[in-house]
Design a protein around this ligand. Structure first.
Ligand SMILES: [Zn+2]
Length: 480
């Protein structure tokens, strides 16, 4: 019952009759315009946030009091407790931790060195989910590939018994598009190399910096396939290995990883709400992920996103009148090693998903918002234009397409066609720190966070207050 405008009157009458007996109120039709009073209220939320918010204080608290919080670790449980406590302190209603089973993987100690032709120690980290090496490590010759595609076509005779070095550089870009071009090598490199008979994978870090800080991140083995150890070299270390290989002399490498998989653990999605005054069953979801990788304190990934969303919702909740619909903030469990929290949420809340009128996620650090994209019913696009216009005074000048994924944690809700608005952030520096020991609080500019809060507060308020809704999103997952 979402596209009244397009239906003949007779059919409309039938639908209204048919809908009258339903238990749950039907979603509204896409609206054509935001009322003037709504735009004024959203603009004042926006302008007040620019003057200063609590977002930096929230991410400071998470990084100082919890720090690194990989899924399943003791710190992950402390992060859940932090989330519940902090949401209560911020005045959220219905604060709860919804249990989620998560994998538990320990990085262990990692060491590596080139042993020939010119011995040198190397700086590396295990990839998330990697198997460890046998006691004492492994030593083998190194064969280099410039891309996953090239590795997939390799002659097994060249690879068997060797360590594969996957040497693809990530390009720096404001929208982070270099990540998508390199990250498949991290995810699948070890599975592909293992099938060809390799004994280990060394990956040039998926990152844009020139620091000696390797970038970890998730990798996966194939079911029943070989499980060879996999590690990321920092960019300068990858340069060094590349230079020794360029000599044409045989290069040998010794790798030792203490990584191991432990039994699954319980974690939780932490949820808090600003209940709607008229349609509490209709939900505007603001998401982020609570877990982080082990080397840094998870300030930019994704402490910043959680602080932005919590503060945006808190400011709406502090208005004299609550919006018509409910705003629900979800701090997802284990995004990094397999979207456990997002999958559990989509399952547990399956019956509610048709009444999720909008979802958004902040998971790209704290850089300023510069673009608005969406995945909504096409007839609701004029509304997205009007919301985007509300953000123009924040320097948000660009409109993206209507095929936004919106964030990894929103992917499991895509089959329910939950509409998405995605606020593209400036990621020019994000991949200098992403998944490294340098993901720390000092990388965050509080004013940039305030700009993000201002943008999300305006978007969430408009979605929760407006007459009508965004219809349902087109089929498909969309892209970032
Ligand atoms: Zn993240």
């Amino acid at each position: 019952m979402r596209r009244f405008a397009a239906l003949p009157l007779l059919l409309l009458g039938l639908l209204v009759t048919a809908g009258a007996g339903r238990a749950a109120p039907a979603p509204e039709a896409p609206a054509s315009a935001l009322p003037e009073s709504l735009r004024t209220a959203a603009a004042s939320l926006r302008d007040e946030a620019v003057r200063g918010t609590r977002a930096f204080e929230i991410v400071r608290s998470l990084t100082v009091e919890v720090g690194p919080r990989p899924a399943g670790s003791p710190a992950d449980r402390r992060a859940v407790a932090w989330g519940v406590r902090t949401m209560r302190e911020l005045g959220f209603a219905n604060v709860r931790a919804e249990a989620v089973q998560v994998p538990h993987w320990e990085p262990g100690a990692a060491a590596g060195e080139i042993t020939a032709p010119w011995p040198q120690p190397m700086v590396l980290l295990p990839l998330g989910g990697s198997a460890g090496t046998p006691e004492g490590g492994i030593e083998a010759g190194v064969v280099e590939f410039s891309s996953l595609d090239e590795l997939e076509k390799a002659d097994p005779a060249k690879v068997r018994g060797q360590i594969v070095f996957l040497n693809k550089r990530m390009e720096r870009a404001r929208d982070g598009s270099g990540y998508g071009a390199t990250v498949p090598g991290r995810g699948r490199g070890a599975a592909v190399a293992g099938k060809l008979g390799a004994v280990a994978l060394l990956l040039r870090s998926v990152g844009t910096d020139h620091n000696r800080t390797p970038h970890t991140g998730a990798m996966r083995y194939e079911e029943g396939g070989p499980r060879i150890p996999a590690a990321a070299l920092s960019n300068p270390d990858a340069d060094l290995l590349e230079a020794q290989l360029a000599s044409g002399q045989p290069v040998r490498f010794h790798l030792s990883l203490g990584s191991r998989r432990l039994p699954d653990e319980e974690s939780a999605n932490v949820i808090g709400e600003i209940p709607g005054r008229e349609k509490p069953e209709e939900i505007v979801l603001l998401g982020c992920h609570l877990d982080s990788w082990f080397p840094g304190t998870g300030a930019v990934d994704d402490g910043a996103g959680c602080a932005i969303m919590m503060e945006a919702a808190r400011r709406i909740g502090a208005l004299p009148q609550k919006p018509r619909r409910t705003i629900r903030v979800v701090l997802y469990a284990n995004e990094e090693l397999g979207l456990s929290g997002a999958r559990a949420y989509a399952q547990v809340h399956a019956a509610e998903l048709p009444q999720h009128v909008l979802a958004g996620e902040s998971d790209f650090g704290s850089g300023r918002v510069w673009r608005v994209s969406s995945r909504v019913a096409p007839e609701a696009l004029p509304l997205v234009d009007q919301i985007a216009a509300l953000l123009a005074p924040l320097g948000v000048a660009e409109r993206g397409g209507n095929d936004a994924e919106g964030g990894a944690d929103l992917i499991p809700m895509a089959p329910a066609r939950v509409p998405v608005i995605s606020l593209g952030q400036d990621g020019i520096e994000y991949f200098d720190w992403h998944h490294t020991a340098n993901d720390t609080l000092d990388k965050i500019d509080p004013k940039d966070m305030d700009q993000n809060v201002a943008a999300w507060a305006a978007v969430a308020f408009a979605a929760a207050e407006m007459p009508g809704d965004f219809g349902r999103a087109p089929e498909g997952e969309g892209r970032e």
